[in-house]
Design a protein around this ligand. Sequence first.
Ligand code: PLP
Length: 403
Amino acid sequence: MARLNENYLNVKESYLFVEIANRVSKFEKENPDKPVIRLGIGDVTRPLPPIVVKAMEEASADQGRADTFHGYGPEQGYLFLREAVQNYYKSFGASIGTDEIFISDGAKSDTGNITDLFAQDNIVLVPDPVYPVYVDTNTMDGRKLIYMSGNAENDFLPMPDPSVHADIIYLCSPNNPTGAVYSKEQLKEWVDYALANNAIILFDSAYESFISDPSLPRSIFVVEGARKCAIEFCSLSKTAGFTGTRCGYTVVPKELVFPAADGTEMSVNKMWLRRQCTKFNGASYIVQKGAEAVFTPEGLAACHENTEYYQENARIIAKTLDRYGIRYFGGTHSPYIWMECPGHMASWDFFDLLLNEVQVVGTPGEGFGENGKGYFRLTSFNTHENTQAAMDRLASLMEKHFK
Ligand code: PLP
């Protein structure tokens, strides 16, 4: 009889977005005359920049001619794209080699697949609230998780506790769901902690392009010592609108070398290359050509314009929250606004009130962990018009119930 991986029995049903969709569709069915505005989506809405589309059209044409046709590409990604990523990192002060960059179909796959490299008995430290992928992928492997508390007192930026040992640490900055961003000094504390514990930091920088303050780190590799203890995951999903086009990159420094039980030195970079070459046949040539165009001056300017568009929405949201004295986090260097539910409401109760009374949809914070209770995530990925209309509706709700 085939024996299944029973760790899957311990993976919680991913009911958050299903439950949201069910409640919204029930409401819409019963109230067809009341249009709903969605500020819960974690997906971009602005189209790809024209220069990216053009590059992919040309690459498609390449595929239709014998002399420019591309079959299997390098598993690690085409050098033209790895060089573009390398130069991008240089632009914010991080120096990495092209053989430390691995192109993929996105950060979700890589953050999940990286667990292949780690033994089962590692202690994994994750923040609460958390992007659920970190928790679920480790649970699938039967690994033990411990949590660090993100809360209003630490601005949802948990810092290392020297009395707690961890082997693998997940950090996400700018954070999903809280929008909080670590400073360089704070990341240095994490790097020092990781080095002291011989641990590895898995740093998710999927939202780095939302950082507009140059003093804030867009990569953990601007921090001294990080090359000895960190792997970084990034993605073009939010940077360039690639959620449906799919392309990401992971940086694995060569300094990451750990001894096996028998003393043999194991290089994480070599292991990841081996893993990718064995289980992955590379991202599509067409997509990689599109991704290369993202990193041209014209591509970056167009992407920046889209990010600015979303950030304007975040400002619209923040203005209304400020007006009603609602405390929130994020929204400045992030598309996410993490607000306290007014009147100390539970997050699902606030969800229902917002939906039923003013037809605005957000994401209940408790879907991201215990510490999300009493919080609510709004996103800036809708249009200006819808975002403003949603905030007018929120204002009317506040006037009616919380004055
Ligand atoms: N990491 C974080 C923190 C995210 O929020 C997301 C997507 O929402 C991802 C990774 C996944 O990105 P990708 O589209 O590259 O798979």
